[in-house]
Ligand binder design. Structure first.
Ligand SMILES: *[C@@H]1O[C@H](CO)[C@@H](O)[C@H](O)[C@H]1NC(C)=O
Ligand SMILES: *[C@@H]1O[C@H](CO)[C@@H](O)[C@H](O)[C@H]1NC(C)=O
Ligand SMILES: *[C@@H]1O[C@H](CO)[C@@H](O)[C@H](O)[C@H]1NC(C)=O
Length: 384
């Protein structure tokens, strides 16, 4: 018997010597829960907007995104304290960062503590921290506050990954994998934390993508502990990070565009994003699968960042995936929205429960896409 989970892994599911494994996972969310059916009313009321056409558009979007609930830092209290956030064109970047820096750290701490608790070893056994966020900016950065408030050693090696967007969680895994595999005995805490406070603003016809964001985005945090050579009896790895690749598509840097302005962050998303992903996904997945000599897509399990339902649908049809293959990604989107870099961990949390069943697939892919256009992918092995 291994660890508290009571799950034994058979000989053929032992980790590959020297490869990084995921040893624990934790999540955290802000207190405000938004059921999708109350979103439109609340958003138009809070921003004093009575444009019926935009309201109807958002109603439609709210249905097509398939999201049912998400968690947000934005609250009645914040809007009362900072009414300027709802006014078009007000220079509010300072206020937004004040709110976001604190909120993101608070969620990051909670997710990390949940993760360390599941891991079962003292926080001082953490040797490296990788911190991922596209929602805070300051010097020193959130990595320092996280390390000191968790009581980590002062010689913990910190890496901060700022403003990568949606694929940041998988980049964090790739960096943590390299750290774990190249530093014997190391244990890496990878934490992601995001809020949409930087981009909150009133509806405006000239920014149609803001409505998509309003219908799709959520806030939250996640954390994992990663290490090679799990300790017998005390550490229970559930997934091996076997092989990782990042790739950008040349000439597509304008398709996802984010700008930080005096009014907060502005996003623009090209309509051709799902198509670009569809055009390149097959070769990208094959490159990862070749490493394990796999060539049938349906033999794998799939943990895909659910940027939106269109991306999942295109990927499913292009690769001829069976309906149930993207179930964990769809469920994460439904329950938490697109929570940027965190989302892949919400998918993974559903996935590890799913893979405990008899005959759970051995090999799988973690995939995320974002600005660049960047593809980030990891070939993983189920160790349960
Ligand atoms: C909508 O945004 C444009 C461009 O940012 C701005 O000029 C315009 O005043 C805004 N409309 C309203 C109703 O605030
Ligand atoms: C660790 O577990 C493996 C497999 O169960 C076993 O062969 C090995 O002897 C164990 N090592 C220690 C130090 O207990
Ligand atoms: C998901 O959210 C992130 C940031 O919150 C954003 O950059 C990205 O464009 C979103 N994806 C889609 C498909 O809307």
């Amino acid at each position: 018997m291994l660890g508290g989970g009571g799950c034994c892994f058979s000989d053929e599911r032992r980790h590959t010597p020297g490869k990084a494994t995921i040893l624990a996972l934790g999540k955290a969310f802000p207190h405000q829960v938004i059921p999708q059916e109350f979103l439109v009313q609340g958003y138009f009321r809070d921003t004093n907007c009575d444009d019926l056409a935009m309201k109807e558009k958002l109603e439609r979007l709210c249905k097509t995104t398939t999201v049912k609930t998400r968690y947000t830092v934005m609250s009645k209290e914040i809007l009362e304290k900072y009414p300027e956030l709802t006014r078009e064109g007000s220079p509010t970047i300072k206020q937004r960062l004040d709110i976001a820096n604190n909120a993101v750290l608070e969620m990051a701490l909670e997710a990390s503590l949940n993760c360390i608790k599941e891991w079962g070893r003292p926080a001082t056994d953490i040797t490296h921290v990788v911190y991922v966020s596209s929602s805070e900016i300051r010097l020193p950065g959130g990595d320092l506050y996280l390390a000191s408030q968790l009581g980590l050693r002062s010689d913990v090696g910190r890496v901060m990954l700022y403003f990568l967007g949606c694929y940041g969680g998988v980049t964090g895994l790739r960096v943590a994998k390299d750290l774990a595999e190249n530093n014997p005995g190391s244990r890496i805490l990878l934490t992601t934390s995001e809020t949409t406070i930087l981009g909150y603003r009133p509806p405006n016809k000239s920014r149609p993508y803001d409505l998509v964001g309003a219908a799709l985005f959520g806030d939250g945090a996640a954390a994992v502990v990663i290490g090679a050579t799990p300790r017998n009896g005390t550490e229970t790895p559930f997934m091996e990070l076997n092989y990782a690749v990042q790739q950008f598509l040349p000439g597509t840097h304008n398709i996802i565009d984010g700008r930080l302005t005096e009014e907060g962050i502005n996003f623009n998303l090209g309509r051709d994003l799902p198509q670009k992903i569809e055009d390149h996904i097959q070769d990208f997945c094959k490159m990862l699968m070749d490493k394990a000599g796999l060539d049938e897509f349906n033999d794998l399990f799939w943990a895909v960042h659910p940027g939106g339902p269109a991306i999942l649908n295109r990927l499913q049809s292009k690769l001829n995936l069976r309906e149930e293959k993207l179930e964990c990604s769809r469920k994460a989107l439904m329950d938490y929205g697109n929570a940027s870099s965190n989302t892949i961990f919400y998918v993974m949390d559903y996935m590890r429960k799913e893979l405990k069943r008899d005959g759970g697939e051995e090999w799988g892919l973690l995939l995320a896409f974002g600005p660049g256009i960047t593809f980030e992918g990891i070939l993983v092995r189920n160790l349960q």
